[in-house]
Design a protein around this ligand. Structure first.
Ligand SMILES: [Ca+2]
Ligand SMILES: [Ca+2]
Length: 214
């Protein structure tokens, strides 16, 4: 009877842990790019940013140039997003954060593409590379039929395993078009869901109880 009581308390505790949201979920700062430079360019709704600028808080521009976009077009989260081709070719951004070697991290982000109807905006398939810890994956987006008001963002998920106590996450345009690149917003990096870990613990506990009873 006593053992049953203790087991019940343990299970209730684990379930509470499993469904308690983490206070600090996103390891990336300013992942939605809402904190950055004043938007000065005509029509006043974007800014071109060159390497090695850190004007977009917590991020560094790493190649060519990018457009820091405001209300010029729809963001997937908040107001601001990035066109990873600025005015001169394929650009990119990066952010470093503390990691635990051997731990798996999950990266989620929203991707669209510059839907400009300018004849130079070709090809219509935009390519974005996400890279970290010596690993990478490429993602594509078709801007056909998309508009500034209806960007058609798609959410993606990618995972990497840390090989260092600091990891640099990069987003790089692979488009050799001049001005019209992949669009990025809403970057989130998390360790695997605590709910999953708690449920795994619960599973182990049930196995232990069953073994003891058996
Ligand atoms: Ca945003
Ligand atoms: Ca651009």
């Amino acid at each position: 009877m006593k053992r049953l009581f203790i087991t019940t308390i343990l299970i209730v505790t684990l379930v509470v842990i499993a469904f308690t949201p983490r206070a600090e979920a996103n390891l990336i700062l300013n992942g939605s790019f809402e904190s950055g430079p004043e938007l000065l360019e005509v029509p006043g709704l974007w800014q071109t940013v060159f390497p090695p600028s850190t004007a977009i808080d917590n991020w560094t521009v790493i190649q060519s140039d990018i457009n820091y976009k405001g209300a010029y077009w729809e963001a997937s989260d908040g107001i601001n997003s990035l066109d990873l081709n600025g005015d001169n070719g394929p650009g990119g951004v990066e952010q470093a954060f503390a990691t635990v070697i051997g731990e798996e991290y999950t990266v989620t982000f929203d991707m669209a593409g510059n839907p400009s109807t300018n004849p130079g905006n070709d090809p219509k398939i935009k390519w974005l590379r996400v890279a970290a810890a010596g690993d990478f994956e490429d993602f594509s987006f078709d801007v056909t039929g998309k508009t500034n008001a209806a960007m058609g963002y798609e959410s993606h998920i990618w995972s990497f395993t840390a090989v260092s106590t600091t990891t640099t996450l990069q987003f790089i345009s692979l488009d050799n078009t001049q001005k019209w690149g992949p669009v990025l917003d809403n970057v989130v990096v998390m360790i695997p869901e605590p709910a999953t870990l708690a449920l795994l613990s619960l599973g182990s506990l049930v196995l232990v109880i069953r073994r003891r009873r058996g």
